[in-house]
Design a protein. Structure first.
Length: 114
């Protein structure tokens, strides 16, 4: 099982980024997928989830209305579109399946700063 996150970077407050996570080593279309993030000095926290077919999504309250999770099952990829970014969104972002696999990818750094 492997997760490869990409798409992070430095963006000004109010900007947008689209993260991608390429998954492999399991039957992607049969698992829900989630995004998590970990800010410096803080615990990793759940951000958003999508069901296996992509028909249902859930978000933590602080990102609801700004972030959108989606997936492309033929490409074994899950996305996180992040709009109206705030400095508090600065973190390393990770994806994992539901329930979470024991090993995590390297993550992708998102820095929101002027």
């Amino acid at each position: 099982v492997q997760f490869v996150e990409s798409g992070g970077g430095l963006v000004q407050p109010g900007g947008s980024l689209r993260l991608s996570c390429a998954a492999s080593g399991f039957t992607f279309s049969t698992y829900g997928m989630s995004w998590y993030r970990q800010a410096p000095g803080k615990e990793r926290e759940w951000v958003a989830s999508v069901t296996s077919a992509g028909s249902n999504t859930n978000y933590r309250a602080s990102v609801k209305g700004r972030f959108t999770i989606s997936r492309d099952n033929p490409k074994n990829t899950v996305y996180l579109q992040m709009n109206s970014l705030e400095p508090e969104d600065t973190a390393v972002y990770y994806c994992n399946r539901v329930p979470a696999y024991v090993y995590w990818g390297q993550g992708t750094q998102v820095t929101v700063s002027s």
